[in-house]
Design a protein. Structure first.
Length: 208
């Protein structure tokens, strides 16, 4: 078990809303553990004999309540497989969310389905901790059912976002509004903007 993955599940996957306490913890079985905030569901193929059949909060204490059945969340059929450079996609999503123009509802289209860039970045970071980002398989269904990403040690369901009007894809962002970008545009923007020389900070007392 990689403790960095477990920590990331608490930091980036579990729900931060107290209205459903059981989702604020990681649920352990003997051979796997899992967490969800209802937009992301991550199953890690390492469990715990000590905490088997318990949902554990970040403080190490058990949380009362029955954790939802997770296996039924995953679709049995998929429409297509997304084949992209997931290392590059992770870097691009991480860069995008740090820009001053970023909106929490910005989405990117992968395989004809839109995904929230911030949530996608969290998912890809989790895979990066396993060292399996390059071997990631990502399958989509439609804009209603979850897409599924998996590697040897992780399986993640990520909910898509509905695009009301496909003509919005790659349209110029209105001030303060969210936007929808294509995968190609996301990668190209990242490649162009991230390589620009950064403005040098003025040295203290530079006027002397």
């Amino acid at each position: 078990m990689n403790k960095k993955v477990i920590k990331a599940m608490y930091d980036y996957i579990v729900s931060k809303e107290e209205k459903n306490p059981v989702l604020t913890g990681v649920h352990f079985e003997r051979e796997r553990c899992y967490a969800s905030d209802t937009r992301l569901l991550a199953i890690y193929n390492f469990g715990s004999e000590k905490h088997a059949d318990q949902t554990i909060g970040v403080n190490g204490e058990p949380i009362k309540g029955k954790y939802p059945a997770v296996d039924r969340i995953f679709p049995k059929k998929f429409s297509s497989k997304v084949s992209v450079d997931f290392r590059q996609l992770r870097s691009a999503c991480s860069w995008w969310t740090k820009q001053s123009s970023h909106n929490a509802n910005d989405t990117v289209v992968l395989g004809g389905v839109a995904f929230n860039i911030r949530i996608l970045s969290r998912m890809l970071y989790l895979f990066s901790l396993t060292g399996e980002l390059g071997a990631l398989s990502f399958q989509v269904t439609d804009n209603v059912h979850p897409a599924v990403a998996h590697s040897d040690s992780l399986k993640v369901a990520i909910m898509p976002f509905v695009i009301q009007d496909e003509s919005q894809i790659d349209e110029e962002r209105l001030e303060g509004a969210s936007c929808v970008v294509s995968y190609a545009n996301l990668i190209n923007t990242y490649a162009l903007e991230s390589n620009k020389p950064k403005a040098k900070k003025a040295e203290p007392m530079s006027w002397l």
